[in-house]
Design a protein around this ligand. Structure first.
Ligand code: G3P
Ligand code: MG
Length: 256
């Protein structure tokens, strides 16, 4: 099954852009909300990165943190709250009064919006600890149901090796990216083992030398979170394929 998966994954095209909006256009709108996706679109960005984790009742939602406090009016652990409770929260007002009432979107809602806007997505599978497999399964199931024709416009990624492995098993056709901060010592083995198409690294934690060796291997590199135009130009010149940014419009302009 895995061997067949590798073949399918290799066949799927992947059209990566120079710039991807991080958590939506998160400098301008509350991260991981539909407003942030719309804002990315409005600013001319076609690709967004979003973080997905599960509610207590195993519904995939857009959320970065394990806890609700920073980005919603709720408190406590995301994994202990059911969708119904999370839906009653305000995920917008922390960013500005104009976003008051913006809800936490389900992953399905985000996919529907992305499709309607003809956008593309890097789905970061961001499981709460112990839910690595379940989170990957739910993400893949939602993609299969809501976006069955995904073709070059969906890229999965995760820091969680178990999630990547689970995605590889249940949705081998969906391209995967290995996500890390610094370049892992075993990056070649990991990429091969998980049949990852891309490597996503923190631009703050990776040296030019490390970047050069990955790029020379033919694996596309994506760097996050790049908000400084001069740094964006530098990484682009080094051969980094995509820059994941909170200010995707400014970074895109810097690369012109
Ligand atoms: O996917 C790139 C980046 O989003 C990873 O870090 O913490 O912003 O999800 P984080
Ligand atoms: Mg992320």
């Amino acid at each position: 099954m895995v061997a067949a998966g590798l073949g399918e994954a290799a066949a799927m095209p992947l059209h990566l852009p120079p710039v991807i909006a991080h958590r939506g256009a998160s400098a301008y709108a509350p991260e991981n909300t539909l407003a942030a996706i719309r804002e990315a679109h409005r600013r001319g960005c076609r690709w967004v990165e979003i973080d997905v984790k599960l509610t207590a009742d195993a519904v995939p939602i857009l959320m970065h943190d394990d806890r609700l406090g920073r980005t919603t009016t709720g408190r406590g652990a995301v994994r202990r709250r059911r969708l119904e409770e999370i839906r009653a929260l305000d995920a917008g007002s922390w960013k500005g009064r104009q976003f008051t009432g913006e809800p936490v979107p389900t992953f399905t809602e985000a996919l529907e919006l992305l499709r309607s806007l003809k956008m593309a997505v890097n789905v970061e599978i961001k499981p709460c600890r112990g839910r690595e497999l379940e989170t990957a399964w739910q993400v893949c199931q939602a993609l299969n149901e809501c976006w069955p024709e995904a073709d070059g416009n969906v890229l999965l990624s995760s820091f969680a090796i178990e999630s990547l492995r689970a995605a590889q098993e249940v949705a081998p056709h969906l391209p995967r990216g290995l996500l890390a901060e610094a370049l892992p010592r075993r990056w070649r083995e990991l990429i091969e083992e998980l049949a990852c198409r891309t490597l996503h690294l923190s631009h703050r934690r990776v040296s030019e030398r490390a970047l050069a060796s990955v790029i020379a291997s033919g694996t596309p590199v994506l760097c996050y979170t790049v908000n400084d135009p001069a740094r964006a130009r530098q990484l682009h010149a080094l051969g980094v394929t995509s820059l994941i940014s909170d200010v995707p419009d400014l970074v895109a302009a810097a690369l012109q």
